[in-house]
Design a protein around this ligand. Structure first.
Ligand SMILES: Cc1cc2nc3c(=O)[nH]c(=O)nc-3n(C[C@H](O)[C@H](O)[C@H](O)COP(=O)(O)OP(=O)(O)OC[C@H]3O[C@@H](n4cnc5c(N)ncnc54)[C@H](O)[C@@H]3O)c2cc1C
Length: 382
């Protein structure tokens, strides 16, 4: 399997992840508990600070290195969703924050003493239609007052800071569609008027809904210019899509590896089940799909690292990798027959976990709509 880039990083991750085997994740999954020790180990080893420039205490590595890290985590059967946002959410501060904000926050984020794990974009009423979000931030003197609600704000209970997208100018008053939203870096340790409620989901994801009831934040929480927040969020989306796609590639490789070994070992009707093409071919097909998707992920990451436009490639990488992981998961589960459903094999857990990526952080349909409109020049569908 083609994972020759960053051999030392990959080897380091393999060693780290070996300390967090299936039973560790199974126990957490049963309790829907957060993998504190796993996140602490990644933080301590510096992996989560890989994208922060060296000037701010990180290792200043390119996105392709972060991609290798997340792929290895998932390939080892672990789950990076507990902490992947610590890697890339800071990109909005790095790219659009003031010098003072960068100096204040980035070194601590790099050290892991400050967790920037949560970003709140999605709302229950507007869903994918981000420009219709209703949470408002109203300027009053040296503060903003925030009112509204977010949903699916993952890791809010395990984060010190929250990147928040809120409306600062009413929709009907803006000149351009994308104007009027602003991004804030909220210090969750220092606010009142905020309620965080966990949402129990089909996998262990530490996601929440949050309510703002006249939550006051200092005016200097604003990142960049007021009203330009939607653009800042869009800026970060390519990195996020490429990194999530890398996790999917890791999942696909984990599933395929499990499936091929089991298919070769399991004897039914006095021969290995993998000798039957009905068992072998879906695994081979999933392998081909995942290798092709991995090439697109690598292409997207290379374009991103070269600071070239990569919107189409980042979206295609996410689409193809999420589908490859899902198909690999399905064939792995089928290959294991009844045992695929048993907790101790980890397959049913990974199967549930990898399904998410066809919906979040962007659903497959919306990627297709992007390709249809922006790449292929067809009429806008929404
Ligand atoms: C576990 C989990 C964690 C998440 N973490 C975060 C987070 O940390 N921060 C955050 O801000 N958000 C988060 N999300 C939200 C996630 O990004 C959204 O769920 C996702 O973008 C889809 O939005 P929606 O759920 O509102 O679906 P909707 O927008 O309601 O869409 C529902 C379905 O309709 C389809 N659809 C909608 N419009 C169209 C159209 N025009 N054409 C074709 N199909 C369409 C969609 O593809 C989707 O399948 C998370 C979600 C989950 C489930």
């Amino acid at each position: 399997m083609t994972d020759k880039s960053y051999p030392e990083i990959r080897e380091g991750l393999r060693r780290l992840c070996a300390a967090f085997p299936g039973p560790y994740w199974q126990a957490l999954d049963r309790q829907r508990a957060y993998p504190q020790d796993f996140v602490a180990a990644l933080t301590e080893a510096g992996y989560l600070a890989c994208l922060i420039p060296e000037d701010y205490g990180g290792s200043g590595l390119p996105l392709s290195a972060a991609s290798a890290i997340l792929e290895e985590i998932h390939k080892a059967g672990c789950n990076g969703a507990a902490c992947h946002a610590q890697m890339y959410t800071m990109g909005t501060v790095l790219k659009h924050g003031s010098r003072a904000q960068k100096k204040r926050y980035l070194p601590e984020i790099a050290a892991g003493s400050l967790r920037l794990q949560a970003f709140a974009v999605t709302e229950p009423a507007s869903g994918t239609d981000t420009l219709s979000l209703r949470t408002t931030a109203e300027r009053r003197g040296d503060r903003y007052v925030v009112n509204g609600q977010k949903v699916w704000t993952s890791r809010a209970e395990h984060s010190d800071l929250l990147l928040l997208l809120a409306r600062t100018t009413p929709k009907q008053e803006v000149v351009r569609r994308g104007d009027g939203l602003s991004v804030f870096l909220v210090d969750l340790r220092a606010v009142e008027g905020l309620t965080v409620r966990p949402i129990r989901t089909m996998m262990n994801h530490a996601t929440t809904e949050i309510f703002f009831d006249s939550m006051e934040i200092p005016a200097e929480s604003l990142i960049g210019e007021e009203g330009r927040g939607f653009r800042y969020i869009l800026d970060g989306m390519n990195a996020e899509r490429i990194l999530i796609a890398s996790e999917c590639i890791g999942d696909a490789r984990w599933f395929i590896d499990k499936a091929r070994h089991y298919a070769s070992d399991r004897q039914v009707f006095a021969k290995p089940i993998g000798a039957n093409q009905g068992v072998q071919f879906p695994i081979a097909r999933a392998y081909a799909e995942s290798e092709a998707a991995a090439l697109m992920v690598a292409k997207a990451a290379a374009l991103f690292d070269a600071q070239k436009p990569c919107g189409a490639e980042a979206n295609m990488a996410k689409l193809l990798a999420a589908e490859a992981a899902w198909h690999a998961g399905d064939s792995c589960l089928q290959t294991h027959g009844g045992f695929g459903f048993a907790e101790e094999y980890d397959i049913e857990r990974k199967f549930r976990e990898t399904r998410l990526y066809q919906v979040a952080p962007i659903s497959t349909n919306l990627i297709l709509a992007y390709l249809g409109e922006h790449v292929l020049g067809m009429p806008r569908s929404y």
